[in-house]
Ligand binder design. Structure first.
Ligand code: C2E
Ligand code: MG
Ligand code: MG
Length: 259
């Protein structure tokens, strides 16, 4: 990313929530045994009138430095729950969503309340929500651990995203129980290499030892899917099943696939 582009991102990011420039996409997560939808991951998108579409990989690190990732994250949580509420009202009551959470958000004293309020404002119960945290989030900072423990006690499921690519991994397991480990796109993408096979096999075994389920991300081919299914991977997400969908496309998907 050029310095100019980065400073343009900074400039436009400050007003992006107020100007309603963000929207969410939803990527289906498929159960290994039934091959049916179990959940969808909410993924943020930013469309700025000057910059066009900016990917989360580009603007999230900037928002984290600027200090406004917390307000963006709260917008994501509230919007995801509103959308989930609408799907439930339409009759798709089995729908669940998985929402990515950033460090600043998780460490904030109000985070658990934001999540619980977003659920109750949309008549949703906690079993329909999963939050995704990465290993690089310091759970010993601020209120992160208290928030995680509180949310899990309330029945919200916790996923460790991009498992094996961060700094903290194993330490997490001493502090709280997690429900899902997500295998990173890069491990799945490089599945032909022996070392990636070993990493994937080890993550699946580890997850099952700690009673967590495994979600493989970035599944693009039948070969990857078959390898992962054979090794006992519980759920799949990736272009082989579906790309991230707009809210409208997701509704079509639900009509076609869920019932
Ligand atoms: P992530 O949470 O690990 O999300 C998975 C990423 O893999 C998404 O990229 C998704 O579009 C992409 N993906 C899905 N299927 C495939 C596939 O088959 N092949 C490949 N190569 N990629 C696939 P995306 O949407 O660009 O998001 C990138 C990252 O940005 C996310 O990684 C997450 O860390 C972060 N992110 C996205 N939305 C949010 C959000 O609302 N809040 C926060 N805090 N972070 C977010
Ligand atoms: Mg994620
Ligand atoms: Mg991931």
């Amino acid at each position: 990313m050029t310095i100019n582009f980065k400073s343009e991102i900074c400039r436009h990011l400050r007003t992006a929530v107020d100007n309603e420039e963000f929207f969410l996409c939803y990527q289906p997560i498929i159960d290994s045994r039934t091959r049916k939808l179990v959940c969808s991951e909410a993924l943020i998108r930013w469309k700025n009138p000057v910059l066009g579409i900016v990917s989360p990989g580009e603007f999230i690190p900037v928002a984290e430095k600027l200090g406004n990732m917390e307000s963006i994250g709260n917008w994501v949580m509230e919007s995801a729950c509103e959308q989930l509420g609408r799907w439930h009202q339409t009759g798709y009551r089995e729908c669940s969503l998985s929402v990515n959470v950033s460090a600043l958000q998780l460490q904030h004293p109000d985070f658990a309340n934001v999540v619980l309020n977003s659920l109750s404002a949309n008549d949703l119960t906690s079993e329909h929500l999963m939050i995704e945290i990465t290993e690089n989030i310091r759970i010993d900072k601020g209120d992160a651990l208290d928030n995680l423990l509180k949310l899990r006690k309330e029945g919200i499921k916790i996923s460790i995203d991009d498992f094996g690519t961060g700094y903290n991994c194993m330490k997490y397991f001493q502090k709280f129980e997690c429900d899902f480990l997500k295998i990173d796109v890069d491990f799945v993408n490089g599945i032909k290499k022996g070392i990636n096979k070993i990493i994937i096999d080890t993550i699946i075994k580890l997850a099952h030892e700690i009673d967590a389920a495994v979600i493989a991300e970035g599944v693009e081919t039948r070969e990857q899917y078959e390898y992962l299914a054979d090794k006992g991977c519980d759920m799949f997400q990736g272009y082989y099943f579906s790309k991230p969908l707009s809210a409208g496309e997701m509704l079509d998907y639900l009509r076609e696939k869920l019932y």
